[in-house]
Design a protein around this ligand. Sequence first.
Ligand code: TYD
Length: 148
Amino acid sequence: MERRPTTIKYKAEVKVLKFNVNTDDRGSLIAIEKNKDVPFDIKRVYFIFDTKPNMERGKHAHKVLQQMLVCLNGRCKVRVDDGKVKESFLLDTPNIGLYINGLIWREMYDFSPDCVLMVLADSQYSEEDYIRNYASFIKLADRRHYEQ
Ligand code: TYD
């Protein structure tokens, strides 16, 4: 079988971003602006909430999507994996964003019942961009590490 050449140069980046909190006598407010507080143009927002006990979500990677995860209420953990190194982050405050760019396997777990996890994304939902099989992810991640 012939293999089609690909021009995609995969990225894989994870960063914790800290937001400015505007606190006064009334309470607190956080603003997230594109290309300022989040390093991309926001095209989609979704929320994960009412997660049942011991449920895990995610368990996939994206080819090129950029996302930022912000825990608006409660707490949860996010495990990220670039194919070589796995790292876990606790998200339990709305003033932190976990920025995930590209070829990173992610798993969300340990949700508190009151957890509201907001996800900002740089493109609309596209099943094409998903890698749902861990072995396929490792193959692409190996290629990325090799090409670096
Ligand atoms: P899924 O990808 O399983 O969520 P998670 O990454 O948290 O495990 O998505 C659950 C359902 O929601 C699935 O039917 C696809 C749909 N969905 C959308 O319609 N739009 C979206 O932006 C997302 C992320 C999911």
